[in-house]
Design a protein around this ligand. Structure first.
Ligand SMILES: [Fe+2]
Ligand SMILES: [Fe+2]
Length: 342
């Protein structure tokens, strides 16, 4: 299978993350089967507990389908005067060179940062859409395939929502940062469905859940708050399905394989929550010293260890449920989220 990712290019802007019509090519081959065992007639053996739960999650997904055009109030009147997020959640707010700018300039920079983050979120949603579409044909049971079909539809709606939001808020779409692009490419190319599954259902979904919760409470734009509230319900289902299914799919892993997969997920998560790339863009646009800004952001993280803890908490829970939280991975995670080493 060969395909390209369309990165939904938006308004052209003058920074290195901006791109016009650049796609990420990938090819993959997947081994799968056309399933014929639809029903098990024996009442004693019909369906495992996991399959029963998958079926319930599928029914829930059908009952909770929402509509991007009809259920979101797309009034964007606040766009022209408000900051995108509450001041208390802005790490730049305590940065003196930023404080000394006019309100209009600070507002413009905040929207610039918001646009970069939302671009990466949109790319993450497209990755989830393509990965779940691949997974639909390789998950091993009819119940899992039914659920994956609902996830494909959910992820398409999420992609649609974020495109509509970027357009309505007049935000330029920039290219994914290198770490995100590499992760998306690697997962789409991988022939190992369990790897794809752990990237999609554990890594991307866990980080998205944590960040969407933060954004929902810090955003000043009603359309984004409404969309995130609905998306969070969908993502919670995907995570539940993913951890249940992976727990079973990883049952035969050796301790060494568990360690390797767990370490890789944690390493990827740390790269994804790293904001060095966006702070470099901001330093350039604010004409600040990049090293000075990095130092400020590092000190901000040390003063606010709860941010990394919160962003990685969901990942930790989901890795535990999937059976990938080994002692070494847990110790490493504890070191990262402790105040002295953040
Ligand atoms: Fe999603
Ligand atoms: Fe999802």
């Amino acid at each position: 299978m060969t395909a390209v990712i369309n990165m939904y290019t938006g308004t052209s802007v003058s920074n290195k993350r901006a791109m016009s019509h650049t796609n990420i090519s990938y090819s993959t081959s997947l081994q799968s089967s056309f399933l014929l065992g639809y029903l098990d007639e024996n009442p004693d053996t019909s369906g495992t507990r996991t399959e029963t739960r998958q079926r319930m999650l599928y029914e829930l997904a059908n009952a909770r389908v929402w509509n991007v055009q009809q259920q979101i109030n797309w009034d964007m009147s606040k766009r022209s005067s408000a900051f995108p997020e509450c001041k208390s959640d802005d790490p730049l707010d305590a940065y003196q060179p930023y404080q000394s700018l006019s309100r209009e300039r600070r507002r413009a920079l905040s929207w610039r940062r918001h646009a970069m983050e939302l671009s990466d979120i949109l790319h993450g949603e497209q990755a989830a859409l393509l990965l779940s579409a691949q997974l639909l044909s390789v998950v091993p049971t009819p119940a899992a395939r039914l659920f994956m079909s609902s996830q494909v539809s959910d992820e398409a709606r999420h992609v649609d929502f974020f495109i509509q939001y970027m357009v309505a808020a007049k935000l330029p779409v920039s290219a994914p940062n290198n770490q995100l692009a590499r992760l998306i490419h690697g997962a789409l190319q991988s022939p190992d469905w369990r790897y794809k599954f752990s990237v999609c259902q554990v890594l991307i979904e866990s980080l998205a859940l944590a960040r969407f919760r933060e954004l929902k409470s810090s955003s000043r734009i009603p359309a984004l708050q409404q969309g995130l509230a609905l998306i969070l319900q969908d993502e919670a289902r995907h995570v539940k399905f993913g951890t249940d299914t992976l727990h079973e799919a990883f049952a035969d892993l050796t301790a060494e394989e568990r360690e390797l997969r767990g370490s890789h997920l944690l390493h990827s998560a740390l790269l994804l929550i790293d904001t060095t790339h966006s702070s470099a863009v901001l330093a350039r646009e604010g004409r600040w010293d990049a090293a000075h800004l990095r130092l400020h952001l590092r000190q901000y993280r040390i003063r606010h260890p709860e941010i990394a803890r919160q962003r990685l908490r969901q990942l930790s829970l989901n890795m535990s449920s999937a059976g990938l939280m080994t002692d070494n991975v847990r110790k490493r995670l504890e070191r990262i989220t402790s105040p002295t080493n953040s």
